[in-house]
Write a protein that binds this ligand. Structure first.
Ligand code: KIV
Length: 311
């Protein structure tokens, strides 16, 4: 279906794409994200973990595609994000890279890959750029990671920060709990955000913090903030691909909005295929290959001769 735009005279309810037709889609860069913050244009971000989802997300004009370490759970079935490795993250980043043309591609550095020496951190980060095709790496942590992040940026690798409920710290935090609820915690979050801002990160992910705190941080820093469970005042919003499609096999977090029931859709399709095979409804003649007419005729002649010889 051809997308209809306001320029074509489409009524608002008819519009299926907000990208004006004929206008070439712009490649999103660190500078684009900064411009969007300055112009108060919301930034969109979704995770993607493979070629097909990356293509769909990119073609829907999402600004940032994040190969999140949440793939440990959504794609690999791990309990949490701690066990996913650099090689596993790279495998998925390469697949996503092949599906992305316009979005800014960020890859998560997994737990353990930047909790090492500065040199090893830079080596790991560079693998995401050289081998994975990422345009930035994401590192969890605020003030205490700021110097390290600065060194990675000095190595020409853009970095996305991530503070608040940082899942790689689940064992230290004692669970997936909303952060920044006390005055002391708010003060620390402000220090974290400002330290990342000064280090020159490309954007700051704010996860699982009160709306009021995210609003204060967003107003304070020049870096675009991308919220997840951080309220509407952030400069942008990110959600996990599997969450918006209900492909997670469990109840969603409070901030998740389901936009489709993909699990039910897939289950219906799989069950219908099974039923068709069991009842011999699949494949039909139209779904089968056929011999060319000439070969068919020759084959029939050969078979008839064989039968004649047997008689
Ligand atoms: O791994 C991930 O998907 C993330 C986002 C939720 C921010 O870090």
């Amino acid at each position: 279906m051809q997308a209809l735009s306001v320029a074509d005279g489409g009524a608002l309810e008819d519009i299926v794409s907000l990208t004006p037709i004929g206008e070439p889609r712009q490649k999103i860069t660190v500078a684009t994200l900064r411009d969007k913050k300055l112009q108060h244009q919301p930034i969109t971000c979704l995770t993607a973990y493979d070629y097909a989802s990356a293509r769909l997300v990119d073609e829907a004009a999402i600004d940032i595609i994040l190969v999140g370490d949440s793939l440990a759970q959504t794609m690999l079935g791990y309990e949490n994000t701690l066990s996913v490795t650099v090689d596993e993250m790279l495998h998925h980043t390469r697949a996503v890279r092949r599906g992305v043309k316009h979005a800014f591609l960020v890859a998560d550095m997994p737990y353990g890959s930047f909790h090492v020496t500065v040199d090893e951190t830079i080596r790991n980060a560079a693998r995401f750029v050289k081998e994975g095709g990422a345009e930035a790496v994401k590192m969890e942590g605020g003030e205490k990671r700021a110097d390290l992040i600065r060194r990675v940026i000095d190595a020409e690798i853009p970095v996305a920060g991530h503070i608040g409920l940082t899942p790689q710290s689940v064992n230290v935090l004692g669970g997936y709990k909303v952060q920044g609820k006390t005055l002391g915690a708010i003060e620390q979050l402000m220090h974290d955000a400002v330290a990342l801002d000064r280090a020159g990160v490309a954007c700051i992910y704010l996860e699982g913090i009160p709306r009021e705190v995210a609003a204060m941080i967003t107003a304070e820093v020049e870096t675009p903030t991308i919220g997840i469970g951080a309220g509407p005042e952030c400069d942008g919003q990110v959600l996990v691909f599997h969450d918006i499609l209900n492909l997670t096999f469990g109840p969603p977090a409070k901030f998740v909005r389901r936009y489709a029931e993909a699990a039910a859709l897939i289950t219906d399709a799989v069950q219908a295929f099974r039923a068709d095979v069991l009842s011999r409804q699949y494949p039909s003649d139209g779904e089968s290959y056929h011999l060319p007419r000439e070969t068919q005729q020759t084959l029939e002649t050969v078979l008839e001769r064989k039968q004649g010889v047997r008689r």
